[in-house]
Ligand binder design. Structure first.
Ligand code: ADP
Length: 553
């Protein structure tokens, strides 16, 4: 900056000095010429008088010239032919009509010019005038040597150069002092800003106050941005570290760009400080070498994980997800399909077998009738199975409870429908239901629970046994079905609520259920927030209870 200011001021002053020198040289030269012309005009008066007195001759011209300090005197006749010339006698007789000073004098009586003398080879100022000497008109020309413009300039050059040297020195000094005076406050302000550590900077110089204000605004803005960036980073790491998914972004095993806590724990990155061991596993190494998106699975601590690799140029993003639940759901779905297929297969085989027998036409009418009855029975069983499956799967899409149901009334109605069956099995039935017990639920779902439990109480009872259904009200109504039947072994107690689980597998193709009843009851209770419990002793009997914990009157 200092250098530029110095160069700039130097340039300006040098150009200025040169221009002024040229201008003054011109003016000085012109005024010299004007002076010469003026005194030549005066000398012309003197010369005219001398010629009038002494006559026109070469000698007289030289004498006048000497008297006038060596001024060149040229006298011509009216046609501008030289009659006498103090500078060169040999010019007598030659014409000067072509010289501008003569042509001007011949035209207007006098004329002057500045030019190089052809005779003397020097720059001359000529003044020419028409004079009347000895009764005839002559032309008298006076010439004096003058310096050329370049000569004048040459004379001034040492002074100009001295001025230039002084000017350069002054410029150096001035620009040094000026730039120092201007830049020192700026430098001080910059230093203060650099050391301020985000504090506001101030200056006593009015001119720099807008700069300081701007700096303070920029500092505040930068600080705000940095603060927001820090917050974003904190937020990012908070989210990343608390994510249940593991995420790793890396270029290679030693160049890990980002790894969150879950991934670090999963890959043991904290202790190893590198992904070398993981990247070295054959399957992983193959994926990394191929650099194509892929998903691997791993089982750690009894849980299933999916490892999703995606590649973006030279960077790999690995997403680790705990898929235990979805894997279990997939397994359960497969199991469910296998169970359904199995349960369907039994009645279908039976139907097909009897139908083939009938088709062969070899059965007696009595046996054919029995076969037809079996086909009908198995078809009903198949239809029931399909109904139960549909029912089971619909529970998930059930709407929330939206009805206040009189449970006392519902239990009484449901129980009465079982009377024929109870009678058939000679089972004594006891109903102890409090009046006016109300539950908020969907009526058909409640009926399903009650029917399933009573139905099981009869089915797994012994002939001549007893069945007791109780319903108590209060804050938390409880519905219980207690039988004196076969009971459930301790090891089966948990599993009876599983889909398609039946304790006695032999009843599969007979009159027993499909093992869906209790699964439906459990699912309904869980959705409603009720508690289903079982008490049982093998060979003595079983009691199922539903605790309606979300009762609303
Ligand atoms: P199912 O249609 O086979 O009865 P459930 O889901 O209702 O299916 O019952 C599952 C299994 O639980 C039954 O196969 C049976 O072995 C056992 N079980 C259910 N209720 C009783 C009960 N009251 N007494 C003894 N065992 C029972």
């Amino acid at each position: 900056m200092k250098k530029r200011i110095l160069l700039f001021s130097l340039l300006i002053t040098i150009v200025g000095i040169v221009l002024i020198t040229l201008l003054y040289t011109g003016i000085f030269w012109r005024s010299g010429i004007a002076d010469s012309e003026r005194y030549l005009a005066v000398y012309a008066d003197v010369a005219e008088a001398e010629l009038n007195e002494g006559g026109v001759s070469q000698r007289q011209a030289v004498a006048v010239s000497q008297r006038l300090g060596g001024v060149r005197i040229t006298v011509t006749d009216a046609a501008a032919v030289i009659v006498a010339d103090s500078a060169d006698e040999g010019l007598i007789g030659s014409s000067r009509a072509d010289r501008p000073e003569f042509s001007a004098a011949m035209e207007s009586g006098e004329g002057s010019t500045v030019r190089e003398s052809v005779t003397l080879r020097t720059d001359m100022v000529y003044y020419c005038r028409a004079v009347f000497v000895g009764g005839q008109t002559l032309y008298l020309r006076l010439g004096v040597e003058t310096a050329s413009v370049f000569a004048v300039l040459g004379d001034a050059l040492p002074t100009v150069l001295l001025c230039l040297a002084l000017d350069i020195l002054c410029c150096f000094l001035f620009s040094w002092i000026a730039t120092d005076a201007v830049l020192r406050p700026v430098e001080a302000l910059t230093r203060e800003a650099a050391l301020s550590g985000g504090r506001q900077v101030q200056t006593k110089y009015k001119e720099l106050q807008p700069v300081a204000k701007l700096m303070n605004e920029m500092t505040a803005e930068i600080e705000d941005k940095v603060r927001r960036m820090r917050e974003d980073r904190r937020m990012e790491s908070l989210v990343l570290d608390n994510m249940e998914h593991g995420i790793v972004i890396f270029r290679d095993a030693e160049d890990v760009i980002l790894i969150n806590r879950t991934a670090s724990r999963f890959l043991d990155y904290d202790t190893q400080g590198s992904l070398a061991a993981f990247a070295g596993e054959a399957e992983v190494a193959a994926v990394l070498a191929a650099r194509e998106s892929a998903t691997l699975t791993r089982i750690r601590g009894g849980r299933d994980y999916s490892l999703r690799f995606t590649f973006h140029e030279n960077t790999c993003v690995l997403l680790i997800t705990d898929v235990t639940e979805s894997a279990a759901a997939a397994r359960s779905k497969n199991e469910f399909i296998a169970n359904v297929t199995h349960e369907m297969n039994t009645p279908l085989t039976s139907i097909r077998g009897f139908a083939e027998l009938m088709a062969a036409g070899t059965l007696s009418p009595d046996r054919a009738q029995a076969a037809a009855k079996t086909i009908i029975k198995q078809s009903d069983r198949l239809a029931n199975l399909v109904k139960s499956i549909i029912n089971f799967s619909q529970i998930d899409s059930d709407e929330l409870p939206d009805e206040t149901v009189d449970l006392s009334e519902l239990v009484r109605e449901a129980a009465s429908a079982f009377e024929p069956k109870l009678h058939k099995r000679n089972i004594s039935f006891d109903l102890e239901a409090e009046e006016g017990v109300k539950v908020r639920s969907r009526r058909e779902r409640l009926l399903e629970i009650v029917n399933n439990l009573i139905s099981n109480g009869i089915r797994y009872n012994r002939d001549g046994g007893s069945l007791t259904v109780t319903l108590t009200g209060g804050e938390e109504p409880v519905f219980t079905v207690r039988d004196t039947g076969i009971g459930i072994a301790e090891e089966d107690k948990e599993r009876i609520f599983d889909r398609f689980y039946t304790v006695d597998k032999s009843h599969g193709g007979g009159g027993g259920g499909f093992g869906l009843g209790l699964a439906i009851v459990k699912k309904l209770c869980r959705r409603a927030g009720w508690v289903l419990s079982v008490e049982s002793k093998l060979g003595e009997g079983t009691a199922f209870s539903v605790h309606f914990t979300r009762r609303e009157a």
